[in-house]
Design a protein around this ligand. Structure first.
Ligand SMILES: [Ca+2]
Ligand SMILES: [Ca+2]
Ligand SMILES: [Ca+2]
Ligand SMILES: [Ca+2]
Length: 373
């Protein structure tokens, strides 16, 4: 085997200045022609300092390991930056879409809710003194809200007991429930019942289906596949509904520790108090219930984590109606604040699944702070 170090590269007469190599070449030209063709061997030849320097400046053809690592690091940083930006943009788009859907629902629900203030209650108050009549009327209004703005199936299926029979709207809801069950052949599931009741309310709010036409196909689905549709948020999860979220803390339902009234025993957020003095229940115009504070329907998305950490039913009693008619005769009443419940009112935010607070990324209509009061 002939060592490449003895045979500088062609053309020989353009030899480098390295004289030591030049002088060590074999005299025999035949040997020169037998030099290895492999260029890599040639590059590994020893050389004088001048020659090595020249070769380093002109013949270097690759990257060092450090250079490759640096390039790979830079590329990975660039890639992660681009991916992060794309993910951020996608999340912002989902939030915006969710907000848009909730705004549309809110625009129908809030006027409907406020209209109850002017509603004639279907009861007879003849023979009652003014105060008793006002009390009975307040309770009748609450029952009207319950059956015409349902947030659970029992609001539709149970017979009202303060007002005289069902209203035409509540009869429509019941008819629709039965019709969906018979046409789909599916059994209604309590899962997402708030969202499913909300869909009923919105889509049946007008006789010409305008309520449904405001929403795209993407905004409607049946996540639990029980035949009952729901409005969906930007992540494809049902948008929930609580008619009386008395335990909810929000700009619309402010707390005031000094003036307020403690409405729950353990909220997971310290003792909190609703400001019933400055924000009294607008349906109770005579302030018959001094500590009744204003509550507003809550329309909410769980956010990207798909966990609300908002209580929407009586603890451990999901099947139970949290707002039964209590008392008898003229003292019959419905309590949206669940004052007699040791568990506190519905709508309160708490870490129910012990994995940290999940309500901060929720998107809801109380955030609007619009002139809804
Ligand atoms: Ca369901
Ligand atoms: Ca469903
Ligand atoms: Ca959440
Ligand atoms: Ca949690």
């Amino acid at each position: 085997m002939i060592r490449s170090t003895q045979y500088p590269r062609h053309p020989w007469h353009r030899r480098p200045a390295c004289e030591s190599l030049w002088h060590r070449r074999p005299a025999c030209e035949s040997l020169w022609h037998r030099r290895p063709a492999c260029e890599s061997l040639w590059h590994r030849r020893p050389a004088c300092e001048d020659h090595r320097r020249d070769a380093g400046a002109t013949n270097r053809g690759g990257f060092t390991l450090v250079e490759l690592l640096v390039v790979m690091l830079v590329l990975s940083i660039l890639a992660s930056t681009v991916l992060f930006a794309m993910f951020g943009a996608q999340e912002r788009a989902r939030k915006a879409r969710t907000q848009s859907t909730i705004n549309k629902i809110n625009a129908i629900i809030m006027p409907m809710y406020q209209a109850f203030q002017l509603r004639r209650a279907p009861i007879i108050t003849a023979g009652m003194d003014a105060k008793t009549g006002a009390f009975v009327r307040l309770q009748a209004l609450r029952e009207l809200m319950k059956i015409e703005m349902p947030d659970r199936f029992t609001d539709i299926t149970l017979e009202p007991s303060i007002i005289r029979g069902r209203t035409s709207r509540s009869r429509e809801y019941l008819r629709r429930l039965n019709q969906i069950a018979s046409s789909s052949g599916k059994t209604r599931l309590q899962t997402y019942e708030g969202a499913e009741c909300l869909y009923l309310i919105i889509t049946m709010s007008t006789s010409d289906n305008a309520g449904r036409d405001n929403f795209s196909e993407q905004e409607v689905g049946d996540v639990d596949e029980d035949g009952m549709l729901e409005f969906l948020d930007g992540w494809g999860h049902p948008i929930s509904f609580i008619r009386w979220p008395a335990g909810f803390a929000s700009p619309l339902q402010p707390f005031d520790k000094e003036l307020g009234f403690r409405a729950g025993d353990d909220w997971g957020q310290g003792d909190v108090y609703h400001d019933w003095k400055n924000s009294h229940d607008p349906f109770d115009t005579r302030k018959l219930e001094p500590k009744a504070y204003a509550i507003y329907p809550l329309i909410y998305s769980n956010g990207g984590d798909d966990i609300a950490d908002i209580r929407s039913f009586v603890k451990d009693k999901r099947d139970e109606d949290p707002y039964p008619v209590i008392g008898s005769g003229r003292n019959r009443r419905i309590d949206p604040y669940m004052l007699d419940s040791g568990d506190g009112p519905i709508g309160r935010q708490q870490d129910f699944d012990d994995d940290g607070a999940n309500w901060h990324d929720n998107i809801h209509n109380h955030q609007l702070k619009a002139d809804l009061k």
